[in-house]
Design a binder for this molecule. Structure first.
Ligand code: AHR
Length: 316
């Protein structure tokens, strides 16, 4: 347990004595981190970034994988509170239902940092800061590209592969996309969750292909579902990227390869390399320094030509 947080925790916890360190090293910060799961290439890159950055910063990491289940994240957070970690960080699988457990952390004087995904709560005092992408903006960029690309083509039929139901990226990417296409001839003819996984994207796309013969575009909320859709489109004897255009979000290596190969048409980047920024915030929060309530991650977009150029240097 770090000295600074130790002072705060000892004030709140009667059991906090000289043996109160969670790490065994009184100077090291101990962070409990509850990850969503391992559902996508993005998530794997995000976990690696957090593990490496914690190691480099000398922060003891207690890592828990929630396997995409909110109840597992709640259990992990309660366990971190019991272990009296210095700080808890987590990427909430869904937006709602966090107030009770975060209130428990607050009462135990353990600061909470949100990373990657936001929560939907009226009480902003339940967390110190939120580090992550602007998912609405990501959806908007995807929609704006399609509006531009399909100018003069008449009606364009889109099927949407949504991320995990109730998650911030699924809700926000849908909202941004709808906002960008409103007033155009682009119509969303079907929309269903593929849970951010490749198998989910494939399964939903197979069903869409059976029930709709007029699909022009797939808008997938992440690369993995887009890659699953490619498999389904090819199995149905059509050419992804030509017969059916594909737009995705993330820009992980496999997605970028498919973009460079002409099977995806446009990717909006969602940067998973949040580790260093997170450790910086952790150190400041534990030291009692002021941090901004919201830290937005810088991101770009990629066309097929741009993907060919950057692919050799892509880290993840
Ligand atoms: O929250 C970020 C999203 O979660 C990524 O876009 C997706 O790939 C992941 O599963």
């Amino acid at each position: 347990m770090a000295a600074v947080a130790g002072v705060a925790l000892c004030g709140a916890l009667a059991a906090c004595g000289s043996g109160g360190s969670a790490s065994g090293d009184d100077d090291a910060i101990t962070m409990g981190f509850s990850q969503v799961g391992a559902e996508s290439g993005w998530r794997t890159a995000n976990t690696k970034s957090i593990r490496e950055a914690a190691k480099a910063a000398g922060i003891e990491l207690k890592f828990s994988d929630a396997q995409q289940k909110q109840e597992n994240q709640i259990k992990a957070i309660r366990s971190f509170i019991q272990q009296r970690v210095d700080v808890i960080a987590f990427s909430p699988v869904v937006e709602t239902g966090w107030d009770n457990v975060l209130l428990e952390a607050k009462r135990a004087n353990i600061p909470v940092i949100l990373t990657d995904r936001a929560i939907d709560s009226d009480d902003e005092s339940l967390y110190e800061t939120f580090l992550g992408s602007d998912f609405v903006e990501e959806g908007r960029k995807a929609g704006e590209w399609l509006v531009e690309d399909s100018k003069g083509e008449g009606t364009v039929n889109v099927v949407e592969l949504q991320g995990t139901t109730g998650s911030a990226p699924a809700l926000d990417r849908q909202e941004g996309f709808q906002e960008a296409i409103s007033g155009s001839d682009i119509k969303i003819i079907a929309s269903q969750t593929g849970d951010f996984t490749r198998s989910g994207g494939k399964q939903v796309m197979e069903a869409f292909l059976k029930s709709h013969s007029d699909i022009d575009v797939v808008y997938a909320h992440n690369d993995d579902m887009g890659l699953g859709a490619i498999e389904a489109i090819e199995a149905a004897g059509k050419k992804p990227g030509e017969d059916i255009k594909i737009i995705t979000v993330d820009a992980v290596k496999d997605g970028m390869q498919a973009l460079a190969d002409g099977k995806i048409n446009f990717i909006v980047e969602c940067n998973p390399l949040l580790g260093d920024q997170l450790m910086d915030l952790v150190q400041k929060v534990v030291a009692g320094e002021q941090v901004p309530k919201r830290v937005v991650v810088e991101e770009t977009t990629f066309t097929q030509e741009e993907a060919k150029k950057v692919l050799p240097e892509r880290q993840y």
